[in-house]
Design a protein around this ligand. Structure first.
Ligand code: GLN
Length: 304
């Protein structure tokens, strides 16, 4: 029987003294204010037992991790029609690259790079009555936690500086792959990225991807075939041009964000979230990746 708490304690003891932690993202000015010393891990197992170390209860900007949640809602509404507008191949490119988009006629490689997530945002803006409110209450329902909210300061900060995302959205619009106006779609996208959640809340919301589509309260949000597809996308595309490295080091489907969060899961076994704001050169949390590598190595639990 694996003692998850002991394992997390060991990892924390080993890593919390490390001072080389990468750099906190500054291209969204509001994210630069975050204390780079923060470090937390929260793990929830298949029986709903949870284990924590460090700053696991402190909320932070989940950024690109939100792309999995918007994809999940859009997929459950639109089903396979979604794949007419966005691909399922890893990009091998940084999250905000535009070159492939032009080469491939406005069909983004996958829903977890920015251009793909902007198409998904457009789908939700078309499908939901009150997109921002409805998306937030979807997340609150899955976690049974009404304290989860957007961070308007972060959303505004990204809107003021999100020139590449404007470029992506305009390019998509020029190819006819955005139905609504660019401003409305990006307003939704910047808000979804600004969601503030703790490691504990993230592990709770991603629990459904390790639990065959059912949340902690046992309500079904996705069928098992949809879960399979989303987990496959996380594995192949969740870390941009470092997806191969993450599979190699950690061996779990997962998703990172430039706020320094990472969520990863082993179907039917556990779901884990880490937070350390310092990023490596590819935009993934440096300490978070190390912690997850240790977790799967120490426990011998990975999809491989
Ligand atoms: N909101 C960020 C952006 O669009 C998300 C990037 C990320 O977390 N990788 O640039």
């Amino acid at each position: 029987m694996i003692n998850f708490q002991e394992t997390l304690d060991e990892i924390y003891a080993d890593l919390s003294s490390i001072t080389t932690r990468g750099t906190v993202a500054t291209y969204i000015p509001e994210l630069a204010c975050v204390n780079g010393d923060k470090f937390g891990i929260h793990l929830i197992d298949a029986n709903g037992m949870s284990y924590s170390v460090g700053d696991a209860d402190e909320a932070f900007s989940i950024q690109s991790i939100s792309k999995v949640l918007s994809l999940t809602l859009a997929f459950s509404i639109r089903g396979d029609k979604l794949w007419q507008r966005v691909g399922v191949e890893p990009s091998g490119d940084p999250f905000n690259h535009l070159s492939l988009l032009e080469m491939e006629n406005g069909i983004p490689r996958n829903p977890l790079i920015n251009a793909g997530a902007i198409v998904i945002a457009d789908v939700l803006v078309s499908q939901l009555k009150k997109p921002k409110e409805d998306f937030l209450s979807y997340i609150q329902k899955i976690t049974n936690d009404e304290t989860i909210d957007y961070d308007p300061k972060v959303a505004k900060s990204e809107k003021d500086t999100g020139f590449r995302n404007y470029a992506a959205a305009n390019l998509l619009k020029s190819y006819g792959n955005i139905e609504n106006d660019v401003e409305t779609v990006l307003d939704f996208y910047f808000h979804q990225c600004s969601l503030r959640m703790s490691c504990k809340q993230l592990a709770n919301v991603f629990y459904m991807f390790m639990n065959r589509g059912k949340c902690l309260m046992n309500n079904e949000y996705l069928n098992i075939n949809h879960v399979k597809r989303i987990n496959a996308l996380m594995l192949s595309c969740g870390f941009y041009d470092e997806a191969g490295e993450f599979a190699f080091e950690v061996g779990l489907p997962g998703k990172s964000g430039v706020g320094g969060g990472i969520v990863a899961l082993l179907p039917n076994k556990f779901c884990v979230a880490t937070w350390s704001p310092g990023l490596n050169a590819k935009g993934n949390s440096l300490l978070g990746m190390k912690a997850l590598e240790q977790l799967t190595t120490k426990t011998g639990l990975s999809i491989f």
